[in-house]
Design a protein around this ligand. Structure first.
Ligand code: DX5
Ligand code: ZN
Length: 223
């Protein structure tokens, strides 16, 4: 089986007991934590900052934290998330004037860089930066809110980006984010994704471990 990773988005976690809820989802089998940062400027919603990431580390969360910055301008906050314990830092190209500079800023701060493409954003910008990336994140919803419906057109885009990754010969994670559930995770994997963000499908389910185990069962059948 490919090295699939399931990354629950804490946007749908219980913020009143965030440390416990994150610990619970990790114990239920999650591979890493997806940390959705929204600034109410680049996206019409506001979530949390580096202090919350740091407090999860202080609480004892040692899993990989995949920070998704829906922030514009994005550069200023990158060192703060690196200090707060981020592992991957992904950002939207619209959030910076200088894509290469922002990728290098993430690396200089000791984190793994990733670029996030919204559903209608072209994959063209990857052409000149793919060799510097550790992750490409494709949005299968328009960013800003949990619980939205998966945009089926993303499947074609996943295949196109998977081809780019294969051609690059680099070890780049292909993450898909938004509306992922038991019904569509298999299709996303067949299209070429290997990392799956799921917020409401996991945190709103009656058993985190049953949901994650069922997701893995679907993934185990992918050729
Ligand atoms: C949306 C976020 C996603 C979202 C996923 O802007 O980037 O990570 O929280 O939540 P679900 O899985 O509920 O669509
Ligand atoms: Zn996200």
């Amino acid at each position: 089986m490919k090295n699939y990773k399931i990354a629950p988005s804490i946007l749908s976690a219980d913020f009143s007991r965030l440390g416990e809820d994150v610990e619970k989802v990790i114990d239920a089998g999650a591979d890493m934590i997806h940390f959705d940062v929204m600034d109410n400027h680049y996206v019409p919603n506001l979530t949390f900052g580096p202090m919350v990431c740091a407090s999860l580390r202080e609480y004892g969360i040692t899993s990989t934290i995949d920070v998704h910055l829906m922030v514009k301008p994005v550069d200023r906050i990158i060192p703060d998330f690196a200090k707060a314990g981020a592992n991957y830092i992904t950002f939207h190209p619209e959030g910076t004037e200088h894509l290469d500079r922002t990728i290098n800023l993430i690396k200089e701060n000791g984190c793994k860089p990733g670029v996030v493409l919204n559903p209608a954003t072209s994959i063209g910008c990857l052409e000149h930066c793919i060799n510097d990336l550790d992750m490409i994140l494709l949005m299968s919803v328009n960013p800003g809110f949990p619980g939205q419906k998966f945009i089926n057109g993303t499947l074609k885009k996943i295949s196109l980006v998977k081809d780019l990754i294969n051609k690059s010969g680099k070890d780049i994670r292909l993450e898909v984010d938004g509306g992922i559930n038991l019904e569509n995770i298999g299709k996303a994997a067949e299209a070429g994704a290997d990392t799956f963000v799921a917020g409401s499908a996991i945190f709103n389910s009656k058993s985190y471990s049953e949901t994650i185990t069922s997701m893995r069962e679907v993934l185990s059948k992918i050729k």
